[in-house]
Design a protein around this ligand. Structure first.
Ligand SMILES: O=C(O)CCC(=O)C(=O)O
Ligand SMILES: [Fe+2]
Length: 318
């Protein structure tokens, strides 16, 4: 397997776009400043053992209290860390990294749009071994194919940490869609029912097409951009000493609509080229709901909903 990674610098716009169109992903070297990353890590270290800290987990789709490994890494990944408004220094530091000017510059190279909307974001400490998928199943634009995923390395990623991977060129192959893709029904329910089938279809597709995986032990500050049809995921952690500190963001050109959900009210962020959700009251309400659901789940013993962790299924070899 070819393990060398092609990395571009931002002044190489033509090659960046061509590589992305051909491979379904592109890596830009040293895009996010170490200073911004270090500031975020400092805020993260301050809150992770806070007794009141509850977050919504990307891997199991429910609110959790951090479970910290003996090496000091939070086990389950976070969804919407940027919206954890009861911890403002933390959530602002997340946003500050996600909407960096260098990020929007690359997004504009890829989409030829000057403005992008930040839709979803995640933070990983210990690697969640994430099942293979195409983001199109969860999030995309109308017309489809214009969402752009971004993966930010927040430390030098060790090959044994459980690397993010993509299947190069898979964006040109079949796309697995949701069954109820025509419905504008918001939320998880629309996804959960055929999630397992999607998972199996993707693994079959990889087998049929003999697709190859490419792992990304990137350097701190490198950022990977990928197409919504590109199959990707992450490996399980193979050495508990290594975390995989990283963000992901999902952006789309602001003039487009979301494919499955209603577009929420938006406002300009501190980066004039990036829009974010406007209604702070709704975001506060979402935070309050996470606490309510967390305590309710404790009472009724709710398990994972739409589990993204490969370790939860028998059909993955690693
Ligand atoms: O980093 C991971 O484990 C998966 C992230 C992902 O699939 C995404 O952000 O779309
Ligand atoms: Fe994804």
């Amino acid at each position: 397997m070819n393990t060398s990674i092609t990395k571009f610098t931002i002044d190489n716009a033509t090659d960046i776009k061509e590589y992305y169109q051909c491979q379904g992903y592109v890596v830009i070297k040293n895009l996010l400043s170490h200073q911004k990353i270090d500031y975020f890590i400092k805020q993260y270290e301050k809150i992770k053992r806070n007794d009141l800290f509850i977050y919504y987990s990307q891997s199991v789709h429910r609110p959790l209290r951090p479970r910290i490994t003996p090496e000091g890494f939070i086990e389950e990944s976070m969804e919407r860390p940027q919206d954890l408004k009861f911890f403002p220094s933390f959530s602002k530091a997340v946003l500050n990294c996600l909407i960096d000017q260098a990020i929007s510059d690359v997004l504009s190279i890829l989409s030829s749009s000057s403005s992008h909307t930040l839709w979803q974001n995640m933070f990983f400490d210990k690697s969640t071994g994430t099942v293979e998928h195409q983001d199109h199943y969860y999030l995309d634009t109308n017309p489809p194919g214009n969402l752009i995923g971004t993966w930010y390395a927040l430390e030098d990623i060790h090959p044994e940490s459980g690397c993010f991977f993509v299947v190069p060129g898979s964006h040109k192959g079949p796309v697995i869609s949701r069954k109820n893709s025509s419905s504008k029904k918001e939320g998880l329910n629309a996804l959960v029912s055929d999630h397992d089938q999607m998972r199996k279809k993707i693994t079959n597709l990889i087998r049929e097409k003999n697709y190859e995986y490419k792992a990304f032990p990137l350097d701190k500050g490198d950022v990977l951009f990928w197409h919504p049809y590109t199959i990707h995921g992450a490996y399980n952690n193979h050495n508990p000493q290594f975390s995989r500190k990283s963000f992901t963001g999902h952006f789309y050109p602001s003039h487009l609509e979301k494919l499955y959900d209603k577009t929420p009210l938006l406002k300009q962020s501190s980066n004039p080229n990036i829009l974010i959700r406007a209604n702070d009251l709704r975001i506060y309400a979402w935070n309050v709901k996470q606490y309510a659901v967390y305590f309710l789940n404790k009472l009724i013993g709710q398990e994972a909903i739409m589990d993204m962790r490969r370790k939860s299924y028998e059909d993955y070899s690693e």
